[in-house]
Design a protein around this ligand. Structure first.
Ligand SMILES: [Cu+2]
Length: 295
């Protein structure tokens, strides 16, 4: 008997319920992988636990990772099952059976992915409005935390940040030192180009635009150190626009403020000079043009 021409042979009939096998394998893998990912990978996600906002970002990212884990499991199972089950016999030049649409799968896929996207959009919006999420909210924040807050102005310029503490006699420093367990109200602005104030471990990132008072909130936790870097390409020395900040206990913070005030006492009269006498007093915003310095 002559061998059948592989190119005209009818596709082999197959009574195996591949769909059921894939779904079962997917459910089992998801049931194992999702809690493992949430418990063991979640806490390793940046930015860590140095502030309330950072902790909440880790919580959000853990949720998102947990939601997408079953989706990734489905792709892995489908791919692996396809590779193993539908492998052509060695030497066979036959193409697979023609594929037909399955409207049930299409509908399920659209509903499933649609629900996931809608859930994450709702979840993300709630988290954003509820606590500000560590981003700059512009001059009129939607999410304002209740209770006392320490104001700190962050002034970006090419290529460093200056920090000003209005409630400490307008103290200015090139170091960012914050008291522990305190709500900080950051007013981020710039003297020249667009910068971005990014206190990485604190989970705060806010654009520093000239002429804009960008308000961001962060609640410190225990004493720690953190990195501050400019996260917006702002010119030649942008890569060097970084330093380290510190969260210290409140007694240490007060001592630091007094020490800084003494350090800069000699130049304070110049800094406080009114604009009419050639000074550039601090304002909430600045514009790059020298004659419009205090916006
Ligand atoms: Cu910059």
């Amino acid at each position: 008997m002559a061998a059948a021409d592989p190119n005209t042979a009818a596709p082999p009939s197959d009574s195996t319920n591949h769909g059921l096998r894939v779904v079962l394998a997917w459910l089992i893998l998801s049931a194992i992988a999702t809690p493992l990912v949430a418990i063991y990978v979640g806490p390793l996600i940046p930015p860590g636990n140095a502030s309330t906002q950072a902790t909440e970002q880790v919580f959000d990212n853990t949720w998102m990772l947990g939601v997408i884990t079953p989706v990734i499991c489905l792709l892995v199972v489908f791919f692996a099952y396809g590779l193993l089950s539908f492998r052509a016999a060695p030497g066979a030049a036959v193409d697979g059976p023609p594929l037909r649409n399955d409207s049930r799968i299409q509908l399920l896929w659209m509903i499933g992915t649609g629900l996931i996207v809608l859930f994450l959009a709702g979840f993300g919006t709630y988290e954003l409005v509820q606590n500000g999420a560590g981003g700059g909210q512009g001059p009129n924040p939607i999410a304002v935390p209740v209770g006392p807050k320490l104001q700190v102005q962050v002034i970006g310029q090419q290529w460093q940040f200056t920090y000003r503490y209005p409630t400490f006699h307008g103290l200015e420093s090139n170091q960012l030192v914050l008291p522990a367990h305190t709500y900080i109200e950051l007013h981020v602005t710039s003297l020249d180009a667009v910068h971005s104030f990014w206190a990485y471990e604190l989970g705060v990132k806010a654009d520093a635009n000239p002429g804009v008072d960008n308000v961001a909130y962060v609640q410190t936790k225990d004493p720690t150190t953190f990195h501050v870097r400019c996260a917006e390409l702002c010119g030649l020395w942008h890569p060097y626009m970084f330093n380290n900040g510190r969260v210290v206990d409140s007694g240490q913070f007060r001592a630091w403020a007094v020490q800084q005030e003494q350090l800069y006492a000699s130049i304070k009269p110049f800094m406080d000079k009114p604009e009419s006498q050639g000074g550039a007093p601090y304002a909430k915003t600045y514009l790059p043009e020298p004659d419009r310095r205090a916006g």
